[in-house]
Every structure is written in structure tokens, then in C-alpha cells.
Write a protein that binds this ligand. Sequence first.
Ligand SMILES: *Cc1c(COP(=O)(O)O)cnc(C)c1O
Length: 362
Amino acid sequence: MTERLHNFSAGPCTLPLSVLEEGQAEFVDYHGAGMSLIEMSHRGKHFVAVHDEAVDLVRTMFGVPDEFDVLFLQGGATLQFAMVPMNLLMSGQKAGYINSGTWAKGAIADAKHYGDVYTAWDGADCNYSRMPSTDEIEIQPDTRYLHLTSNETIGGIRFSDWPQVDVPLVGDMSSDYMSRPVPWERFDLVYGGAQKNLGPAGMALVIIRKSVARENNQEIGRYLRYDIQADKGSMFNTPPVFPIYMLGKVLKWMRDQGGVAAMERQADEKAGRLYGAIDQSDGYYRCPVDAGSRSVMNVVFRLPTEELEKVFLSGADAAGLLNLKGHRSVGGIRASIYNAMPLGGVDALTAFMSEFQSAHPA
Ligand SMILES: *Cc1c(COP(=O)(O)O)cnc(C)c1O
């Protein structure tokens, strides 16, 4: 077998080894069909079974109520930045957005093309080092929805408590999808790219309240309409067959691990060990994020100097700890520890951090 290294990439990112091996084993001849799954009709019995099972798994694993549709769409999370306001914002309505960092800013910029959009809380004032509490969020009259980014992948912050506001929530959950339960009664729509917690790139998982999908704007291209996507069961056009297939495998792996509850426990354990290593380093490693908003998916930290950060990254690389470089917009170190990152990967990183500190005193 080829050697597998510890991959801390923010996305696409590490996937469970058993999932990759299973896909490999059945890739060329899918269940005796004489062809691979990505060569057959998406309307044939093999793929329809894969598709329906993936929808069922999303529903059962994530506790999605019957009042919601589960859609597999293309364009990643980014297309949802535009699709959400295109569909949901009617004239006379506004949308509030929480500006929590890079990804929220993208969602805001796109939404502004389609309606009256305002910033309900601006994290720029604290350099995006935390999420707001409910009482800091300012909702204006005629607000159709409040958009939030549950986990800011670049800044390393997350909502540890969901905002308690009187308007429906829309959530970009790309980087902590299915790592904790969602209070569905407060959401009209959640979305995210699949390539962080759920599978390979090439797809967005959109979970939308059925009543919302039925009353959306109809004056837009058909692919972009949630009502059409829902009525056609994500088969309005050729769906992203390979990501859907792999998503099903990842979800079965998650189910075998104990589901979302187990993912949440493991995330707390992994993040706890990593933040513990940072906090117990006598200030050698520093996390620029407020304790109450620390992400359990993307752990960001700094070293005493940028010079040491460079040495750290090349040493980590040589030790088989890959893709730890922080996003180019913020620098520093970022360890992405999504659902499929084993505890052993985190332990290897904390061991390396401790050795590095001894070898390179500040
Ligand atoms: C990665 C990411 C995106 C972009 O996802 P794409 O699928 O590449 O469009 C959007 N929002 C968040 C929070 C992300 O982490």
C-alpha cells in the first residue's frame, strides 16, 4: 500500500481511508454492471439507488425533518451565495448578513446584486476574532432572513451557540457540516460545499424548507430555481454523480462511527487536544481567536515570529504533517481537523509542536 500522510488541508481535505478503498475496489466494474458508476446513466437503476440512499442518509444522519428537501447541486457553496438571495429575496424585503470574515464577505458581496442587503453585525471591528452574541445582532424591519457562516474556515471561528433571532436563519455550513446537530426549526435553508466534511469537491448539499422552495422567485434561469431542483429531486440536469456516490460512502462511514453525535464528540476531543497544546506552550504558540468562538474544525495559531513559522511549516512537511500553512490572506498556521481526521493525526501534530518548541526556543 502507498503511504498515507497526515493531511491538514482546509479543503478538499482528508477523507476516510476505508471510503477511498471501497470506491477503488468497485470503481472499474460497479457491482457487476460491467462499467463504472460514472459511466452509466444517472437515470438508470444503479445510480438512482445510490442517489436515493444518499438522500436518506443525509436525512437520518442529520435529523432533517420531513418539511425540508435535500438537494445535491453544482457550483459549490459559492453558487449558493447568489442562489439564496435570487430565490428568497422579494421586493420590499431585506436580508441581514453577519460579517464574520472572508466567506461571509463573499456571501454579502454576491447578495448585494439581488436585493437590499445589510450587515447585521460586523466582525471587522474585532478583526474577526469572534462571533457575535445574539444581543449584538441588529435585525432591521422587513428582514426576510439572517445569513450566518456557522464556521469561518479561514479565521478559525465558529458559532458555538446559534443566534436566537426572530427571523429565519440561512446558514453556510461548508466547513462544519454534520459535525454537530442543527436546530431545524430556526432555519429556512442550510448549504455547504461537500469537500470539507462530506466528500470530494464538485457539489453543494442544500437543505431547504419545502414551503420556502415552493414560493421562490420564478424569474430566473431554471437551474437556479430551488422549486425546480426540488420537484426534480436534483435531477433537473445531470447531477454530480461522483460526489453523490462518494458522499453516500462517507455518510455510511459516519453512521458506523456513531453519527453526528460521535463526530461532535470526536471534534471536541481533537480540538481540545490541539488548543491544549497551544495554551500550554507558555505563549510560544498563540491562538488569535476568542476562547468562546474557537473553531473545532480549523484551528489557527501563530508562532513567535514569521521566520519561525516558515521553519515550522517546512519541518512539519518533512515529518509528514502536510498543508498546515494558514490562508494566504491571514498567514500563520492552520490545522484543519474535519470529521475524517483521525485522533492520531492530531496527536502527531501536538507531538511535533512540542518537539519544535524545545528545538527552537523563542
Ligand atoms: C470552502 C468554503 C466556501 C466555498 O466553497 P466552494 O464549494 O468552493 O464554493 C464557502 N463558505 C465556507 C464557509 C467555506 O469554508
